[in-house]
Ligand binder design. Structure first.
Ligand SMILES: [Cu+2]
Length: 464
């Protein structure tokens, strides 16, 4: 079941590039995370929607565009060379509930309409309830015998790799599924065409992940109207300090923002005090590889506002940019060639094909990728990023922007923009089965209202 060799040792190009960036460790991480399948590396002008980063990149490298193109090409060639290194995994299994969370999902999906609200609009009791729900999932173990424990029976990397076993539970199911989505990108059997990242199913796959978790929580806490909150990134600007974002990272709830000292990033606060931590994570040096997987308990790690590559989560101007992209997705899909000007999905996921900062080529430094980089720690370029519960609030925001974009298309009066429930250009080839959850089809996930939920408020064009 295992991979062959650790990839970095096979690619002598690495040392020649790494001197250019802040941290060799980050570069290793970056290349690892990408996993991908770049088909080649073109260049094209960026729209500068997040111009501050583009400017920073230019200043940082201070080289001619030819050198930048060369660097981009080098990074992408290295990524190309990693394809097919791993063998396949079947992690996790779906425990007899493959459609859990769908409206007809195995007979127990939430029956009530759910309204997802902004985290910052919740009162203290509501916030505590959400955090307690994450803890409750962690405590719904395969051996607990409680409601939902049947779905906590799944295959785990820790077992597959002969590492420290843990009592499988409804929370770490998502960590394992997400890690597997990355590791599997490096197998000979998968490519970006049907994967959860750097592909048309990016927002679709994560929409299902949220639905499934919402259904888990609804059952475990006994509230069929439970809805995950979302992290409205602009809240971090409203409170005046995007470097720390005290509106989101609070000691009493999700916990503080960690630290920029790499040795001290453990999250302080209620979450950690309740014993919420990891069972499986990656060591941060080769996140696409099974060799990077560590099975051990520790607190969640965060380094909010510490990234050298992004400064704050996406702002209102960046969010407004979704409405300028009229097509859902366009080839090429991979992170090396993707053009942020072309499609909604590529813009939202956050890659840019004129990036020369290795970390950003690999993980994406705009929109969704920018949020991951901003939070840092477990969220930063790790295939096990769902270890930090902010992952689910972050992806609820990503999903919310998709919903807003769909609604704008549906309301446009333009027949060309109303196809596929407001997803013009959604490639037919990718409307089929999801990775890991093959009994759920992407085509079933386009109409969010039909899935039983909505948002308290959607951004509209020109909002900010
Ligand atoms: Cu993801």
């Amino acid at each position: 079941m295992l991979l062959r060799d650790p990839l970095v040792t096979e690619h002598p190009i690495l040392p020649s590039i790494s001197y250019r960036i802040v941290s060799v460790r980050f570069f290793l991480l970056a290349v690892a995370v990408v996993s991908l399948l770049a088909v080649g590396c073109g260049t094209a002008p960026d729209d500068g929607a997040a111009g501050e980063e583009s400017d920073a990149a230019t200043t940082e490298t201070a080289t001619s565009s030819t050198d930048d193109d060369d660097l981009h090409a080098q990074i992408c060639q290295q990524i190309d060379a990693t394809v097919g290194l791993n063998d396949g995994f079947d992690v996790p299994g779906v425990a007899g509930a493959p459609r859990w969370g769908m409206p007809d999902g195995d007979g127990a999906a939430p029956a009530k309409r759910r309204v997802r609200r902004s985290w910052s609009s919740l009162d203290a009791a509501e916030k505590k309830r959400v955090v307690d729900a994450f803890i409750a999932l962690k405590n719904t173990t395969a051996s607990s015998g409680g409601l939902g424990s049947n779905r906590a029976v799944y295959n785990s990397f820790c077992d597959e790799l002969g590492l420290e076993a843990y009592d499988h539970n409804l929370y770490d199911f998502y960590v394992e599924a997400h890690a597997n989505a990355f590791v599997s990108m490096m197998t000979p059997y998968q490519n970006h065409n049907n994967m959860a990242h750097m592909a048309p199913q990016f927002v679709v796959w994560h929409r299902y992940l949220l639905l499934r978790m919402e259904a888990d929580i609804a059952e475990v806490i006994g509230d069929p109207a439970f809805a995950l909150p979302y992290w409205d990134w602009t809240d971090c600007y409203d409170d005046g300090d995007p470097a720390t974002c005290g509106q989101i990272f609070e000691r009493d709830f999700l916990g503080l923002g960690g630290s920029c000292d790499e040795a001290d990033t453990a999250v302080e606060g209620y979450l950690s005090e309740q014993g919420f931590g990891t069972h499986v994570y990656t060591n941060g040096e080769s996140s696409f590889s099974p060799e990077s997987i560590v099975c051990a308990q520790r607190p969640v790690h965060r380094a909010v506002g510490c990234s050298a590559y992004v400064d704050g989560p996406p702002d209102q101007a960046a969010i407004d940019g979704i409405f300028d992209r009229k097509i859902y997705d366009a080839e090429p899909y991979n992170s090396c060639d993707t053009d942020r000007d072309v499609s909604f999905r590529q813009y939202l996921e956050g890659f840019s094909n004129d990036e020369t900062r290795p970390y950003c080529v690999a993980t994406g430094c705009y929109m969704h990728g920018r949020g991951h980089g901003y939070v840092g720690g477990d969220m930063d370029g790790s295939s096990a990023s769902p270890n930090d519960p902010i992952f689910f609030l972050h992806h609820a925001q990503v999903d919310r922007l998709w919903a807003a974009w769909q609604d704008a298309n549906l309301a446009s009066g333009d027949a060309g923009r109303q196809v596929d429930v407001g997803n013009p250009g959604f490639p037919d080839d990718y409307l089929g089965a999801l990775f890991n959850f093959t009994e759920v089809r992407a085509s079933e996930l386009l109409d969010y209202r039909a899935l039983g939920y909505e948002y308290d408020r959607l951004p509209v064009p020109g909002d900010g």
